[in-house]
Design a protein around this ligand. Structure first.
Ligand code: COA
Length: 171
């Protein structure tokens, strides 16, 4: 089952993530984050009833993925990344779109996620997809130099008529 793409002249396609993809996803996660996730954890997320994910596949290679989970009617994007060489071609946007579509198809009311306040690329991506800041977690992340960075909690409603984001979150 294809979940979207390819777009423009790109060759990538968005497909559901499978538990068997976990080792490749872990390698990609390691290349994209300072705090890498093990294949075992990724496989566990995909293996639980509320877990779901999607991969961007360029020919035979997975070049990006997103992992999500649902609980009590709400969804959460746990992680999302695109390999360096494939960025700025719309793959991140397509993964977010697919996550929103799948969450909606599962009957979820909204998607939440956490993003580092200083992650301009991710914040641009999520703002572009309709996410809005609804909270802040002080010092939630610690970068490689040990410096604490706040996380913003972002929310995207999948139903109409939901209240707007809290307005006093500085962005
Ligand atoms: C964030 C990330 C997934 C974006 O993936 P991507 O495939 O490059 O994103 P897209 O090409 O789909 O970009 C979609 C939009 O996001 C925003 N964006 C993406 N990269 C950006 C950057 N470096 N600076 C500013 N805005 C950016 C733009 O609004 C862009 O739209 P545009 O290209 O029309 O300007 C990628 O940079 C990444 O994997 N980063 C490391 C891991 C990470 O930070 N993940 C998010 C954790 S919450």
């Amino acid at each position: 089952m294809s979940l979207g793409g390819p777009r423009r002249a790109n060759r990538w396609t968005i497909l559901p993530a499978l538990s068997g993809d976990a080792p490749v996803l872990a390698a990609l996660h390691t290349a994209c984050f300072e705090d890498p996730w093990q294949a075992e954890l990724i496989g566990r997320v995909l293996g639980t009833p509320g877990g779901f994910g999607m991969v961007a596949r360029d020919r035979d290679e997975i070049v990006g993925f997103a992992l999500c989970r649902s609980a009590a009617g709400e969804g959460e994007v746990l992680t999302l990344c695109v390999r360096q060489a494939s960025r700025r071609h719309g793959i991140g946007r397509a993964l977010v779109r697919a996550a929103l579509d799948l969450a909606k198809a599962r009957g979820l009311a909204s998607l939440f996620l956490e993003v580092a306040e200083n992650n301009a690329a991710a914040r641009g991506l999520y703002a572009d997809a309709g996410f809005e800041a609804v909270g802040r977690r002080s010092g939630y992340y610690r970068n490689a130099s040990g410096i604490a960075v706040d996380a913003l909690t972002l929310h995207c409603s999948l139903v109409q008529g939901t209240p707007r984001a809290i307005s006093d979150i500085s962005q």
